[in-house]
Design a protein around this ligand. Structure first.
Ligand code: TMP
Length: 203
């Protein structure tokens, strides 16, 4: 069987710099000739576009409906993006995964742990490593206010605090915690090193 190239997930609050970091890591790996690919959730498929409508406030969904919709999009993300890329021998860099649903959709109705268990019950695979970009909610809010795009659903201080606490309660053992205040280039070097170590072990 071909060696497992590695499945890596980036998590953190909105504004923590996940997308920039995954792009930098992709560039570093590409320059070394290591095949890799970046994906994000929600996806760009129909199931993900439906979620974007909810995120922009165009559509209202109950807590249960939100969880159901994110699980459905994750199934599509795995079947159409992640699993085929791993099969082709590419390292997969994924911006948000099941830990986001646990952190963002948890609340009085459902605990973060419960939501994570529901993801696992769907058979969604665990990543090799989870890179968690840690940022104070106050700083996240400042960064988000500097952005030009329309405000998304979860961009208030109270909500960001709840999300950060929920993340803290469910981050698995294979989490690599990163200080989101470091420069993107510095973070990318750290992440690339960890990824190549995991990949080396799989050979
Ligand atoms: P992003 O594209 O800036 O990461 O935004 C995606 C938004 O979707 C972000 O506010 C977090 C939210 N989200 C959830 O609420 N649950 C999930 O399971 C995922 C993947 C994202």
């Amino acid at each position: 069987m071909a060696p497992h190239p590695g499945f890596f997930v980036f998590e953190g609050l909105d504004g923590s710099g996940k997308s920039t970091l995954s792009r930098h890591v992709f560039d570093l790996l590409s320059r070394k000739g290591v095949p890799s690919i970046c994906f994000a959730e929600p996806t760009k498929f129909e199931t993900g576009l439906y979620l974007r409508k909810f995120l922009s406030g165009e559509l209202e969904l109950s807590g249960e409906e939100q969880i159901g919709a994110f699980l459905k999009d994750r199934e599509v993300s795995l079947q159409r993006n992640i699993l085929p890329a791993l099969k082709e021998g590419k390292i997969v860099l994924l911006d948000r995964y099941m830990y986001s649903t646990a952190a963002y959709q948890s609340g009085p109705e459902f605990s973060a742990q419960e939501i994570l268990e529901r993801n696992r019950a769907c058979g969604f695979p665990e990543p090799d490593l989870l890179f968690y970009l840690d940022l104070e909610p106050e700083q996240a809010l400042v960064r988000l206010e500097g952005r030009k795009e329309a405000k998304e659903r979860f961009e208030s201080l109270g909500t960001l605090e709840k999300i950060r606490n929920a993340y803290e309660s469910i981050l698995p053992e294979n989490t690599v915690r990163l200080d989101a205040n470091l420069r993107p280039e510095e973070l990318a070097d750290l992440v690339e090193e960890k990824i190549l170590l995991v990949r080396g072990k799989g050979r």
